[in-house]
Design a protein around this ligand. Structure first.
Ligand code: ITT
Length: 204
């Protein structure tokens, strides 16, 4: 089992995710290293149809190649009025090289004319913790909100400036501090599930 002092490789090339995961696991006793420490590792193509499949692909690849425990995060935004898009394609919604701004502008355009009560959305996050011996453990988190009409706030990354947070939809996710975001976010929830599970394994 993953023990205090073991190195856990974060299987993500996304700096926004990396920063949030590092902050949320700070003080947990797990020593985190990232792909920056393995510059030769390029994550494989995310060919899965679900967040879980893609998270598995990334974590397995990194655990197999480094011989260490690996933790991946596959996440994205699901918009009701768009039948679940951009979903697993969230990172590349506006094209293969799309920036966060490109993706946000495309989303605004796709929702042009859609009324406030039909702009419901949710962020999903699936994390896979993969052991070098092939075992895999899955953790999930979700966070509901609504897509706003304009970008607001400068914190976070991705679709945060358009994601208006429940229950009153006054603030976007990008207007929350990192701590506030971590408390309610899909990623924070998945990581807390993982931490509870690790605690349980230590006692059991
Ligand atoms: P890795 O595969 O290297 O981890 P990626 O960005 O390609 O990085 P994903 O395929 O999981 O990862 O796509 C996640 C996208 O979903 C991300 O690029 C954002 O556009 C969006 N997203 C995920 N979590 C988010 C968050 O907390 N806030 C805003 N947008 C988020």
């Amino acid at each position: 089992m993953l023990r205090v002092g073991d190195k856990l490789v974060l299987a993500t090339a996304n700096p926004g995710k990396k920063k949030e995961i590092q902050a949320l696991l700070d003080g947990s006793g797990v020593e985190l290293v990232s792909l920056v420490d393995y510059p030769q590792l390029i994550l494989p193509e995310e060919s899965g149809a679900t967040f879980t499949e893609n998270a598995g692909i990334k974590a397995r690849f990194v655990a197999e190649t480094t011989g260490r425990w690996a933790l991946s995060d596959d996440s994205g935004l699901v918009v009701e009025a768009l039948d679940g898009a951009p979903g697993v394609h969230s990172a590349r919604y506006a094209g293969p090289q799309a920036s966060d701004l490109d993706n946000n502008l495309k989303l605004l355009e796709a929702l042009a004319g859609v009324a406030e009560n039909r702009r419901g959305a949710a962020f999903f996050c699936v994390m896979v913790l993969a052991a070098p011996d092939g075992r895999e453990f899955v953790f999930e988190g979700c966070c509901r909100g609504r897509i706003g009409y304009r970008l607001s706030g400068a914190q976070g990354f991705g679709y945060d400036p358009l994601f208006m947070v429940e229950p009153d939809y006054r603030l976007s996710m990008a207007q929350l501090t990192p701590t506030e975001k971590g408390r309610i976010s899909h990623r924070g929830r998945a990581l807390r599930q993982m931490q509870q599970w690790l605690e349980g394994r230590k006692k059991g």
